[in-house]
Each structure stands twice: as C-alpha cells, then as structure tokens.
Design a protein around this ligand. Structure first.
Ligand code: ADP
Ligand code: DAR
Length: 339
C-alpha cells in the first residue's frame, strides 16, 4: 500500500515519510487522540504543499519524531537541532530607509500556544471557548501603551479588523473548525500591538506600524511578551523553542518583515532573488503567503525561525534591507532610474 500523496507532490512530509516509517508510526496515538494520519491530511489534500503537515499537540513532536526530525532539519536547515537559544533583547538600529522612499510598513509577529491546550487543528469548540477566556483574562494585565480592546468574531466587529479564515491547507488540517467561534482580535489603543486569537496558532502576537522603524516595532513586541508571559504559560521545548501547529514556525516562531516598493528590482527579479537568498530572507507577494506582487510592493521577511535568536532575525532582516535598498538605488531600469 503506497502512501496517499499525489505523484506531483513535492512536500517535505512526502519526501521524508517512507512506508516503513509510516507503518511504524501509524498506530501511535497521543494522549489527546492525535495521529500521524490526521497530521498529514493537509499534505494529502494539497499536492502543492511545501511541508504538508500540521501537528495537533505538543506530544506529537516527540511521538512522531522519526519523521518530524528530518522534515524540521530539512526546512530550517539545522542539523540535529541544538538547544534553541532565545534572545529577545532590545536592539538599536538606524533607519534602513531614511528617505522613506521604499518601506511602507513593518510587522513583527510571533506565534504562541498555551500549555494544557491542543493546537488549533485539534481543539473542540468548548476548548476554544476556555482558551479564549484565559487569554481575555490575561489581557487585563497589559499596561498603558499596550492595553486595548478585545473583539470577539462572534460579536459586532469592524470587518476591517478581522483576520481571514484559514486557507485550503489549514482547512484540510482542521484549523478552521467552528470558525468564527472562539476567534477574536485584540488591538492596543494605538493599534500598534495586536493579537490574533485562534488563527493558525492559539496566538499570533503582532507589532505593526506604517513605518520604517524596525527596531521600535521589534522592541515593542518584546515588551508586550514580558507582560503576557507573567500570566500565560507558553508551550516551549529545549530543542525546538516555541512549539507551533506548523513546524515551519518552530523556534522563535518569529516573522519579521516589511512591505517594500521596489520599482527597479521588480524588473530585475534575478538580482532581487540573489540578494534575498544571500540574506536568508523570504520574498512574497503583497498580501503575504501565496499572493501576487501588486504595484511593485513586496513582502520581505526572514525565512529561518529555528536555530537563531529573535535578535539575530531582526538584525539579519535589517542587513538584508540595507543591501536591497542599495541595489534598488543603483539599478538603472530600461535606461531610466526611478528617483
Ligand atoms: P504570518 O505572519 O502569520 O506568516 P502572513 O505573513 O501571511 O502571516 O501575513 C498575515 C497578514 O499580515 C497578511 O494579510 C499580510 O499581508 C499582513 N502583513 C504581513 N507583513 C506585513 C507588513 N509588513 N505590513 C503590513 N501588513 C503585513
Ligand atoms: N501551506 C502549508 C504551510 C506552509 C507554511 N505556512 C504556514 N504555516 N502558514 C504547506 O505545507 O505548504
């Protein structure tokens, strides 16, 4: 019996899950009832998956490690994950775009999952509701500058505040179960700090500004976490850092990125790709994952999350942006330089 992945699939789970390994793991069940078969449903239903697996609880990382270890090492480019070294200390960085010509906005997010709850693809509605109440209670401790309002998706909420229902990959994994129940979004009074509750992970903690000030956006998020960690216990592992539904978000679970307009490099994708790859960054469309570039606005963020610290991510993004903006400035495109 061959595994039910499409012949065309190039996902990492298909690459690393042999029939023998599957036969050895398929009968294993975590304490919460999660299985490898459930974990690979998204990769089976979506042959274009890059990794093709979502986990239902923290125990899955141990129980299915025979296949998860090679998948994680392959994606994150780490051999035999060492002890994850976190460092979310504040940074001081000069403005990467002092003329304010290129960077439109800056966003730094981390994913967090709360102890004693399954991950979002394996949560009952009742569990979602309990989780939501725990988080709402914790939000009360945020000080001025971070304090704000929680908006349940089940109540009257400004549609512009909503995060989208999960895509087809997340749908096949079960992440969208009971949507929009048990989901909500928190905004600080100045909207610079936000929390998505019940999206792909329990929490997406987000610092976002229409600014070029990478250091300030990053430092603001670090401050928020210091307060929240006093009241919420996040699921963390010595080797893999913060555990997440999707293994691509392990470690720091940080994505630090900008929306940046690059009119010249948009016409010179090979050069742009070379700089992005050299700085281990990820190049995406304007709307993030699986979207197109509109009006030369790119979403550029860190690619790696595991095996390096939060501080290394933001300083690495900063260095990459300096190189990209320098290339944009010096490029001549069709005999014309956009000034
Ligand atoms: P995640 O951060 O969870 O990986 P995405 O990168 O897909 O998710 O982004 C989620 C949403 O945040 C998308 O709508 C995306 O356009 C938006 N976003 C990401 N980066 C920025 C940014 N620098 N400025 C404004 N919006 C952003
Ligand atoms: N679409 C899935 C997940 C890729 C990473 N993005 C996340 N986790 N949002 C895939 O395997 O392609």
């Amino acid at each position: 019996m061959s595994l039910p992945f499409a012949v065309s699939s190039k996902s990492l789970i298909k690459k690393h899950l042999s029939q023998d390994t599957y036969k050895r793991l398929e009968t294993l069940v975590t304490a919460s009832g999660f299985t490898l078969e459930k974990a690979i449903q998204s990769g089976i239903a979506n042959p274009d998956s890059s990794i093709g697996i979502y986990l239902g609880d923290a125990e899955s990382y141990e129980l299915f490690s025979d296949v998860l270890t090679p998948v994680i090492e392959d994606y994150h480019g780490v051999a035999k994950p060492q002890i994850h070294q976190a460092d979310f200390s504040p940074v001081k960085l000069s403005d990467p775009d002092p003329e304010k010509k290129y960077i439109l906005s800056t966003r730094v997010r981390v994913a967090r999952n709360i102890e004693n709850y399954n991950f979002t693809c394996h949560l009952s509605l009742q569990e979602r509701k309990c989780l939501e109440q725990d988080v709402i209670e914790a939000l009360q401790v945020l000080p001025a500058g971070l304090a704000g309002t929680y908006h349940s998706f089940e109540g009257e909420v400004d549609k512009s505040l909503l995060f989208k229902k999960g895509d087809r990959f997340q749908e096949a994994a079960g992440i969208n179960s009971d949507f929009p129940k048990g989901r909500g979004i928190f905004y600080s009074e100045d909207t610079r700090f936000r929390i998505w509750l019940g999206e792909e992970d329990h929490l997406r903690l987000i610092s976002q500004e229409s600014s070029t000030d990478l250091a300030n956006v990053y430092n603001h998020l670090g401050q928020a976490l210091i307060f929240l960690e006093k009241h919420l216990k996040f699921i963390k592992d010595n080797r893999y850092g913060y555990l997440t539904t999707c293994p691509t978000n392990l470690g720091t679970s940080m994505r630090a990125g900008v929306h940046i307009r690059l009119r010249n490099l948009a016409e010179n994708r090979i050069l742009l790709r070379e700089i992005v790859d050299r700085h281990q960054l990820q190049l995406r469309g304007t709307g993030g994952e699986n979207t197109e570039v509109e009006d030369c606005v790119f979403d550029i963020s860190n690619k790696r999350r595991l095996g390096l610290s939060e501080k290394a991510i933001i300083t690495g993004l900063y260095s990459g942006l300096l190189a990209i903006i320098d290339a944009e400035k010096t490029l001549v495109n069709n005999g014309e330089v956009y000034v």
